[in-house]
Design a protein around this ligand. Structure first.
Ligand SMILES: *Cc1c(COP(=O)(O)O)cnc(C)c1O
Length: 398
């Protein structure tokens, strides 16, 4: 029934725009199809050959919010920037290919991407979500629940998932690995259960990026990202990504985005494209550094526990004495105490008072998000410098 407003009103417009845009794209990029290249190649080349007029290698930033029509009832494929922008198109195509999806929609933040996806579901939909979850996602789900818009139940492992899944569930929202406890669930396993009960599977793939995990190829229906994190990777833009391999769902998500307007600006799209070109290099260095830091932390007697999934560059650890955490953070000289993750600078976060502060203390502690836990996002600096800084701060405090 939510389709009643969606389809009849815009079917013609959507068809017309899709057709003209397709023709423009075929004319522009036909001979340069990038489908057979490896991700590193596709990303390094993203946007190259897109401007036939000037041959610009760096993608032009189209700041114009509106586009002139060649004639009555004609369009260049671009009318108004909320609907489509040439710069955003290149970014969305690149991201869709990277996740092996058919359609990507970029948004102004990761939370806007999550909101866009949940907007697809009618009121009173029922969701199953990972218990350990980015604090902002929990806050949003909790808000929807208190507003009487949707209901959520939370699973922490396969066992609790099986207890909660049933035919009433409309969608599953999965983080794997989870933030910050690094719990992992097998996406194919979850897909299998979701399909049996007719639920859609949404995966937040922020932590591993499509370089290490492609949920759509494992059966997920929708992938979301905080593009603010690894994908853009320089702590200088806020962005979100939604990708799906279902054409119809992709068209609907795009329609919602055009209707509600969580659009990413052309300037930020350009910066995102530029950042994506070095994603494989950045991620490889961050991951290599993280593996060494895990070894260093494991040897420290000031640390109780190191949580690392063996892939990626996110590490969480528990210190022996949580009362000295403030002291430890103030003794760091290189590693920066800040929110966020995935950027080239190494950051340390204290989830209890920062990213996860909005999850009630009792709930947090019930699933292991205890006040002795710190989260580390390893950057691209020389790993010895990162290790020395962490060790000196640990030595002098915790
Ligand atoms: C940061 C983050 C988000 C939210 O993204 P924003 O870009 O900050 O809005 C969602 N999920 C995960 C796993 C995150 O780390």
């Amino acid at each position: 029934m939510s389709h009643a407003i969606y389809l009849p009103e815009t079917k013609f417009q959507v068809a017309l725009r899709t057709a003209t845009k397709l023709l423009t794209l075929i004319a522009r990029q036909g001979e340069n199809k990038m489908t057979n290249y490896k991700p590193e190649t596709k990303l390094a080349q993203l946007g190259n050959r897109s401007d036939k007029v000037t041959g610009a290698i760096a993608t032009p930033i189209h700041l114009s919010t509106t586009f002139s029509h060649p004639a009555f009832k004609e369009s260049t494929g671009y009318d108004y920037t909320r609907t489509a922008s040439p710069t955003r198109d290149i970014l969305e195509q690149g991201l869709a290919e990277l996740e092996e999806g058919k359609r990507a929609v970029v948004t102004s933040s990761g939370m806007a991407a999550i909101q866009l996806v949940l907007n697809h579901f009618p009121n009173n939909s029922k969701f199953l979500a990972s218990r350990d979850l980015y604090g902002g996602s929990f806050r949003y789900f909790d808000y929807l629940e208190t507003q009487g818009i949707a209901t959520f139940s939370y699973f922490s492992d396969e066992e609790s998932f099986l207890e909660l899944i049933n035919d009433e569930i409309d969608a599953i929202f999965l983080e794997t690995p989870t933030n910050p406890l690094m719990n992992v669930m097998d996406i194919e396993w979850v897909t299998d259960k979701a399909k049996k009960h007719g639920a859609l599977l949404i995966v937040d793939n922020t932590f591993l990026t499509p370089l290490r995990q492609k949920p759509l190829t494992l059966g997920a229906d929708i992938v979301i990202h905080s593009g603010t994190k690894y994908l853009s990777g320089h702590n200088d833009i806020l962005a979100g990504v939604v990708v799906t391999n279902d054409e119809e769902l992709g068209e609907k998500l795009y329609w919602i985005s055009n209707t509600t307007g969580p659009t990413l600006s052309s300037f930020d799209c350009w910066l995102f494209i530029r950042s994506l070109k070095t994603l494989p290099l950045r991620f490889a260095q961050q991951e290599k550094n993280a593996k060494k830091i895990v070894e260093v932390l494991k040897k420290s007697e000031k640390i109780k526990d190191v949580l690392y999934v063996g892939v990626g560059a996110m590490i969480s650890f528990r210190v022996q004495d949580e009362k000295k955490i403030g002291d430890f953070l103030s003794k760091l000289k290189l590693v920066t105490f800040a929110e966020s993750l995935g950027g080239i600078e190494t950051l340390v976060t204290y989830p209890t008072t920062q990213t996860h502060a909005d999850i009630p203390e009792k709930v947090r502690e019930s699933y292991g998000l205890t006040p002795d836990l710190l989260r580390l996002s390893v950057g691209i600096e020389n790993v010895d410098d990162i290790a020395c800084d962490l060790l000196q701060a640990l030595e002098e405090s915790v």
